[in-house]
Design a protein around this ligand. Structure first.
Ligand code: UDP
Length: 472
């Protein structure tokens, strides 16, 4: 069946780590003949089109701005939890109203949407879809394993998970269908009710996300992962709970046409990388959101200075107030933002010191770059476990040494040396990284499983929509 009649409303949370996979997903959908409407908050819309003007000229993509009431932006990390809830409540109300109107006017223009696809922590999106009897599916932009953990947590396992966290002796968490055990440090930190962590403010929104799935009859979860990467996790909950997880990843840019940068990349780092020898550079980034404490920034800086590798470090403005910045700039390069996919595929890259955000993890995997995993919160903890123990493409820093949670320079240096080194460990990690690179490319190639799965999903939806129309 052709997809010329698919008109898709794709709803995403306004953050870089959500917009990036959403845009790559839109690209796939469009290449399959669909038209995609992507609502985005006005603040981010302005930045997006300023930095990526060509995005407005892509045919069959309508990026539609709406105000969330915060046209100068809202940064959760520098605000209180109460501010976050106030922001979210505005965003939820205005977002629901906006997409309700989009659905209504599309109908009036006789170009109705065929389905609504939505990412995470926007429980209002499937609710609006249900109100219109519009088919919907979730685009899960974290690994399947994290979906399973949260699913189990919200379906009877919250005590088990919380108790194991408090239990001093026995600290293994076993969940049905997952082929490995987890320890509390592998679990998204906001799930632990006894020690509220940073970002625990997202907890109620994940809870509502999973509640929404319970209300659906046969929910479909399109997962930004691929079969070989998480074969068991993709099946762990689905058969018993009437939900279907379909791997459609990796959603990684193959060119710059759908770039969603929200910050201006610095301009001379590629020349700098070009001047370095093969596999000699450490790339350091903690994603688009997290801000390192001053002490932690200094420990990383001292690790980099002491181990002597060249490095490219993406630093937040606040982190730049560093004592030995001059010294750092002699040995490495500090940038405010870069085109990360381009950096990771550069031949001078030797390793990525990462916070293990899911996009960063997948981008690294697709480029075959081994990792030093330094997770901070949420899914990053689970991603670090998968990186170190399951896919064996990186070394995780030991974060139990200091009671403030600061990881010392020596520990970071040790990990960097292990990954960059020519020893057995380094060789093994590089070999595994190359293996996963091959498998990731195989999954994402033209006509490959990701494309086939998505095509089948779109066909099924259209078929059902035709049946609905025939019934009415
Ligand atoms: N990113 C980038 N340039 C940078 C830093 C990050 O393009 O200098 C991109 C990166 O490629 C990834 C996204 O920002 O696609 C970060 O997403 P991730 O899930 O890794 O972490 P988050 O920002 O959500 O914590």
């Amino acid at each position: 069946m052709s997809h010329h009649h698919h008109r898709i409303l794709l709803v995403t949370y306004p953050a870089q780590g959500h917009i990036n996979p959403a845009l790559q997903f839109a690209k796939r959908l469009i290449s399959m003949g669909a038209h995609v409407t992507l609502p985005i908050t006005l603040h981010l819309y302005r930045r997006l089109i300023l930095l990526n003007p060509s995005i407005t000229t892509i045919s069959n993509l309508s990026i539609t701005p709406f105000s969330d009431g915060y046209n100068d932006g809202f940064i959760a990390i520098t605000n209180t939890d109460a501010d976050f809830h106030q922001y979210t409540s505005q965003f939820n109300t205005r977002g629901s109203d906006f997409i309700t109107n989009l659905i209504l006017s599309a109908k009036q223009e006789s170009k109705p949407f065929t389905c609504l696809l939505y990412t995470i922590i926007i429980p209002w999106a499937p609710r609006v879809a249900r109100g219109f009897n519009l088919r919907s599916a979730k685009l899960w932009i974290e690994p399947a394993t994290v979906f399973d953990i949260l699913y189990y947590y919200f379906h009877g396992y919250s005590n088990h998970i919380n108790n194991q966290n408090q239990n001093q002796n026995q600290t293994t968490i076993e969940l049905p269908g997952l082929p490995f055990t987890l320890s509390p440090r592998d679990i998204p930190s906001f799930l632990f009710t006894s020690n509220p962590s940073v970002l625990s403010f997202v907890f109620p929104y994940f809870q509502q996300d999973f509640h929404e799935l319970d209300v659906e009859t046969n929910p479909i979860i399109l997962v930004n992962t691929f079969e070989a990467l998480e074969p068991e996790a993709l099946r762990a909950v689905d058969t018993h709970h009437n939900l279907k997880m379909i791997p459609i990843g990796p959603l990684i840019p193959s060119d710059t046409s759908f770039s969603g940068d929200l910050l201006q990349p610095s301009n001379d780092y590629i020349e700098w990388l070009n001047s370095k020898s093969k596999s000699s550079v450490v790339y350091v980034s903690f994603g688009s959101y997290f801000v390192l404490s001053e002490r932690q920034t200094e420990e990383i800086a001292s690790a980099l200075l002491n181990c002597g590798f060249s490095f490219l470090w993406v630093m937040r403005e606040k982190e730049e107030e560093l004592k030995f910045k001059d010294e750092l700039e002699k040995k490495g390069k500090i940038v405010k933002w870069c085109s990360q996919v381009e950096v990771l595929s550069h031949s001078s890259l030797g390793c990525f010191l990462t916070h293990c955000g899911w996009n960063s993890t997948l981008e690294s995997l697709v480029s075959g770059v081994p990792l030093v995993a330094f997770p901070q919160w949420t899914d990053q903890k689970t991603n670090a476990k998968l990186i170190e123990d399951v896919w064996k493409i990186g070394v995780r820093v030991d974060d139990k040494v200091d009671e403030d949670g600061i990881v010392g320079g020596n520990e970071i240096k040790k990990c960097l040396e292990e990954v960059m080194g020519r020893g057995e460990k380094g060789e093994e990690l590089r070999k595994n990284a190359m293996k996963w690179k091959g498998l990731a490319r195989e999954a994402g190639k033209e006509g490959g499983p990701a494309e086939k799965n998505l095509r089948k999903f779109l066909d099924d939806i259209l078929e059902n929509a035709c049946m609905d129309a025939a019934k009415n």
